[in-house]
Design a protein around this ligand. Structure first.
Ligand SMILES: [Zn+2]
Length: 449
């Protein structure tokens, strides 16, 4: 297999990709908390890790992609209360929207999309294990993780212990033995309309332990790639890693990959800033392929500027690809174009650089457009498939040599008044996707659809 390197956040370095088992590569990418419809920024990790799976499969690996949906969270309680609906119904409704909206990207679904509510038994078992190991403690029905039991805590996010804020505010502050500790379980409180029973009391899991439990249930510990937005490095991923190490004595994941955020006029796109656009709204405007092409135009680790201009650029690029695809014929691509195709895959092997890969794809197209001979479409199809952009591979409007030959034979049959043979050839052409139309310069072939 060709060498693939990926940037690992934990070691801050490019690492050779050496999976535990090439036939069973495991990727876990943190998905959304479903308290509202997802915004276009939430689609970036979905796109990056769906494309990464396609690419690794192209390289010959077998890949399982897990993309969780967080359906137990404070944000859901808050949003449901504000909307006056039960929190489980709100979560269910928003999870359904999420599936429909991300379906429209045309990248397919992850292999598993666990919901936290389906894994509460696993979560309780993992918390119990941490309690048994004295890495956690119960305080008035809450359970907290004892951060200082983990030697390398802070390694992933490279923060000083003194500079860390778990973002849990005043909630539970008086119950924590150390301000650095974070909640694994929160006791049920008045006004919360869902709860689960645990040996230490009724309540619900914290966000970080949900992911540790779902990831190990589906992929085991020390799986290959843990991904998500760079905003999740601390505290979410730091805490996932700490919990699993303390409970299992093994790292959660081998490589940590983080995608950059979408930025709007120099600031991060977020609900709190109020500058967001719903994923479904952007899809209504430009469609899935253009949006995926837009995302692919930036290196996944870099922030990506979001603007109407950038979307317009992507729209024009999509047209350019479609125009080129229309001029191609079915079949192998010429050797002369190989270097562009090879450069495309070399860029992806080098820390999954889709931006550089696309530059090579456009180089391939430029050269194909210049060719006076018919150009086979195989390379372009292969490249677009890996990015999940096969939709841009519109049927060629240039008949293949075989179709042209049949059209000539049909003309000959008509000249010989062999109508049965002419009809047979017409049907054969239709089966190949061509309709014979009589134009001013004689019969011509047009695509059947
Ligand atoms: Zn997560």
């Amino acid at each position: 297999m060709p060498d693939v390197t990926l940037y690992d956040t934990r070691t801050r370095s490019l690492q050779p990709f050496q999976p535990r088992d090439p036939a069973r590569v495991g990727i876990y990418a943190c998905g959304p908390t479903v308290y509202a419809r997802v915004h276009v920024g939430n689609a970036r990790p979905f796109v990056v890790f769906s494309q990464l799976k396609r690419f690794l499969e192209h390289e010959g690996y077998g890949v399982t992609l897990v993309g969780n949906i967080t359906d137990i969270n404070d944000k859901i309680y808050t949003a449901a209360k504000a909307a006056g609906v039960p929190s489980d119904r709100l979560a269910e409704e928003m999870a359904a929207h999420y599936r429909v909206d991300t379906d429209r990207l045309g990248l397919g679904r992850p292999d598993a999309e666990p919901l936290a509510t389906e894994y509460v038994t696993h979560i309780i078992e993992l918390i119990q294990r941490l309690l048994d190991a004295d890495a956690a403690y119960v305080a008035e029905g809450d359970v907290y993780f004892r951060v200082r039991t983990v030697d390398n805590y802070g390694e992933l996010s490279r923060r000083d212990l003194d500079q860390m804020d778990q973002g849990e505010g005043v909630e539970g502050a008086s119950l924590k033995q150390d301000p650095l500790d974070f909640a694994l379980w929160k006791a049920w409180k008045e006004g919360e309309d869902t709860s689960w029973d645990a040996p230490w009391g009724k309540g619900r899991p914290g966000w970080h332990i949900e992911c540790s439990a779902m990831a190990e249930a589906l992929l085991g510990v020390e799986f290959d790639i843990h991904g998500g937005g760079v905003d999740l490095v601390f505290p979410h991923h730091e805490n996932e890693a700490a919990q699993t190490l303390a409970a299992r004595g093994a790292p959660l994941a081998r490589i940590w990959m983080h995608n950059g955020m979408l930025e709007l006029v120099g600031e991060k796109m977020s609900k709190s800033v109020g500058n967001i656009r719903g994923l479904h709204e952007v899809l209504d405007d430009v469609g899935g392929a253009v949006l995926v092409l837009y995302f692919s135009g930036g290196h996944y680790r870099q922030p990506l500027a979001f603007s109407d201009e950038r979307l317009e650029d992507a729209k024009r690029s999509a047209e350019r690809i479609k125009d080129a695809a229309r001029r191609l014929v079915q079949g192998e691509s010429p050797e002369a174009l190989r270097p562009h195709r090879d450069a495309f895959f070399a860029a992806l092997r080098n820390d999954f650089n889709t931006a550089e890969a696309l530059a090579s794809l456009y180089g391939w197209i430029r050269e194909a457009n210049r060719s006076e001979e018919p150009v086979g479409n195989a390379d372009l199809k292969e490249m677009l498939d890996v990015l999940g952009l096969e939709e841009l591979m519109v049927a060629g409007a240039v008949p293949t040599a075989e179709a042209s030959e049949l059209a000539q034979q049909r003309e000959q049959a008509r000249a010989n008044k062999d109508w049965a043979e002419a009809d047979r050839l017409r049907d054969a052409l239709l089966a190949m996707g061509w309709i014979v139309r009589d134009g001013p310069d004689g019969p011509e072939l047009v695509p059947a659809s």
